[in-house]
Design a protein around this ligand. Structure first.
Ligand SMILES: [Zn+2]
Length: 671
């Protein structure tokens, strides 16, 4: 090993070249959080962000000196730790209940970022393709799709053989804090980080010190010699290198014969590890056991500890009775579970997602409650609530949906209701309001339609990744499948149908996928949704009031909340007008307006009713001054918010006049 390290330190290449000022200037300009706290050296991000040519030149000089001599200034290897109490805990005396936030030198982070780019260039190809964390072009979704792919393969085979697939989820204890430095340096050399880069990493890791800081008081310094430094830019990369050969260890390969003896795959998201056998049933269990033994040996060699009590095995099966699986890690049996939370989804042994659905529904409902709590008598405008629903509720619902899906129309509808709830409350509409119509009014996609867009985007993105990208492989292969079940189509199948419907067939082109802009895809989906909605026969009162094209009606932006409520109730036929109430099934003795002896309906309210005659007269007077049409049906249309054919300024006046009319009428009677 010593020999290896010596050669690693000596060899040099183009990767050793010094950095130029242009690179440094670009890194300074792209500093993202210039206001964040400073490290022990007291240099702020704001200072670096606005650095002039002289400062840039100085930093370049410093960086290159450090790079070429393999030395890292003392202050760059120091960190101030702020202990942050975890709110979920109660015992303030237990140190485990604090999350350490580590503040390191901002200048050092800048240099790390520059060096990190070089390291990825140097050795990025050698990082396992089944490591989905901390790398460009990858996300948890890739890890989810990968596991889902294998579970689906098992299900397809299960039709014939009634099989199962045992997947182990392993927990590495304090993975980041315990990475062994000497081992890490050897692995860096193994994957091709040599010369200046290697020496710099060695200096960066050695003799690190930290101290605790609170309320302006500092503790003594203390040193540590294991673990990747918390809060540093380079750490994620270093960690990936440290556990990179885990994949090889599982898929044990003799260097001489290049034959794989193990048959399991380790899928990683940072330190989240899933061990997937390549066969099913008993053979698969044996493969997993073999892989676990190799993993145990690997862990011993590299001083890694697995937390067996947090590691589980989940047996995916199509059988009614779940087979019991006995697998051991370092002599301890792994507990078998029926569900497991992996990368944010709750996986069930029977391949269903009902438990995950309930979890999502619950947390989305909570967010909806929070948004609703922002409502007060006069605001905020409906358009703001709409934005919040999109940003906070929808993202929660859609997370991982290419892998999990609602299993029935009832579940889809429930998601729509949760999404629409704050908007419904904002517009003061009763519970009987047709939710899908409300979403159409809000120019918001129904969850199922949004899922179509997501499917196309996901598959198109995967296909445009390089061939070695796991999701690329998964999507390519699933496109060729004949999926034997009605339920839970593989995402490429959903995408294929959706791409045709959304007029974007080239998005799934296998050689050159070209994804139309997201916005265009959404607009096509909105248009399609409107056609479907009209066919359904719901929300008829809205048909002639809809803006042409995918737009949100202007009143939702302009109206103060009380006016928007009245307008929305009239638009949705959910007002207190007697005729409207009877249509909704309310038992009424008579629908005759007591004052005028005419049917109390929308036309009567807008045009004839004596009760709001004064408000109407005032509105007419103002409209004529502004040059707005007051004859029928024009007055009715713009009063209900249809101002789409008017130029902007005129539309605003029309909305203002009609809002006044509606509020004055509401002061006289319930609307
Ligand atoms: Zn009347």
């Amino acid at each position: 090993m010593l020999e290896k390290l010596r050669t690693a330190s000596a060899s040099s290449s183009a990767a050793d070249a010094p950095f130029d000022e242009k690179t440094v200037a670009a890194a300074c300009a792209s500093l993202r959080k210039p206001k964040s706290a400073v490290g022990p050296d007291g240099i702020s991000g704001r200072f670096l962000k606005h650095a002039g040519p002289t400062v840039i030149a100085c930093i370049t000089l410093l960086l290159n000196y450090s790079w070429q001599h393999g030395v890292v200034p003392r202050q760059w290897r120091e960190a101030n730790i702020i202990p942050l109490f975890k709110e979920s805990q109660t015992d303030r005396a237990d140190p485990n209940n604090y999350r350490p936030i580590s503040l390191t030198s901002v200048l050092c982070k800048l240099c790390e970022r520059i060096i990190l780019a070089r390291l990825w260039k140097l050795a990025g190809d050698r990082i396992s393709r089944r490591q989905f964390g901390f790398r460009r072009g990858h996300s948890t979704l890739d890890g989810l799709l990968f596991l889902d792919h294998h579970v689906r393969l098992m299900r397809m085979n299960a039709v014939k053989t009634n099989n199962w697939l045992s997947v182990c989820f392993l927990d590495i204890s304090k993975a980041f804090d315990r990475a062994w430095h000497a081992g890490l340096l050897q692995k860096l050399a193994d994957i091709g980080v040599t010369g200046n880069a290697w020496r710099w990493c060695r200096a960066f890791l050695s003799d690190r010190r930290l101290r605790t800081t609170q309320d302006g008081l500092n503790s003594d310094w203390f040193s540590f010699n294991a673990g990747v430094p918390q809060g540093s830019v380079l750490s994620p990369f270093l960690f990936l290198v440290f556990i990179n050969d885990l994949q090889d260890a599982v898929n044990h390969r003799e260097p001489s014969d290049r034959i794989q003896t193990g048959r399991a795959i380790a899928s990683l998201y940072a330190d989240d590890l899933a061990l997937i056998p390549l066969s099913f049933g008993k053979t698969g269990d044996a493969e997993v056991q073999e892989a676990l033994e190799q993993l145990g040996a690997w862990a011993d060699k590299w001083r890694v500890t697995f937390n067996v009590s947090k590691s589980k095995v989940l047996c995916f099966t199509s059988r009614r009775n779940v087979p019991s699986v006995r697998v051991f890690l370092n002599g301890d049996q792994l507990q078998q579970v029926l569900t497991f939370d992996y990368l944010g989804l709750r996986w069930q042994e029977n391949g269903k997602w009902d438990e995950h659905f309930e979890k999502v529904a619950l947390s989305a409902t909570r967010v909806a409650g929070f948004i609703t709590s922002l409502l007060h008598a006069t605001g905020p405008p409906a358009s703001v609530i709409r934005q919040l629903c999109h940003a906070l509720i929808r993202t929660k619902i859609l997370y991982g949906m290419p892998v999990w899906q609602p299993s029935s129309d009832v579940q889809w509808q429930r998601l729509d209701s949760i999404l629409a709830e704050p908007m419904r409350r904002c517009l003061g509409l009763p519970k009987s309001t047709h939710i899908k119509s409300l979403l159409v009014e809000m120019n918001t996609l129904w969850t199922k339609r949004q899922f179509d867009v997501l499917a196309v985007a996901t598959c198109s993105r995967a296909l445009s990744q390089p061939r070695q990208h796991q999701s690329h492989t998964v999507v390519q292969s699933q496109l060729d499948w004949r999926w034997p079940f009605e339920q839970r189509q593989p995402i490429p199948h959903v995408a294929r149908r959706a791409a045709t419907e959304l007029k974007a067939p080239s998005a799934l082109d296998r050689k050159q996928p070209s994804m139309p802009p997201q916005k265009q895809l959404v607009n096509n989906a909105l248009a399609l949704q409107r056609v479907e909605w009209r066919k359904s026969g719901h929300g008829r009162s809205l048909y002639h009031l809809m803006p042409i094209g995918p737009r949100t009606p202007s009143y939702l932006f302009k109206d103060p909340r009380p006016a928007a409520i009245v307008r929305a109730r009239l638009r949705f036929d959910r007002s207190h007008l007697a005729e409207s109430r009877r249509r909704r099934g309310v038992q009424l003795d008579s629908i005759i307006c007591a004052r005028c002896n005419l049917a109390d309906n929308l036309g009567h309210f807008l045009n004839d009713c004596q009760r709001n005659a004064r408000a109407r007269k005032e509105a007419f007077r103002e409209a004529e001054l502004a040059g707005l049409p007051t004859a029928q049906p024009h007055f009715g249309l713009w009063t209900l918010g249809y101002v789409e054919s008017m130029p902007n300024a005129r539309a605003n006046i029309a909305l203002a006049i009609s809002a006044k009319f509606l509020l004055a009428s509401r002061a006289i009677r319930k609307l």
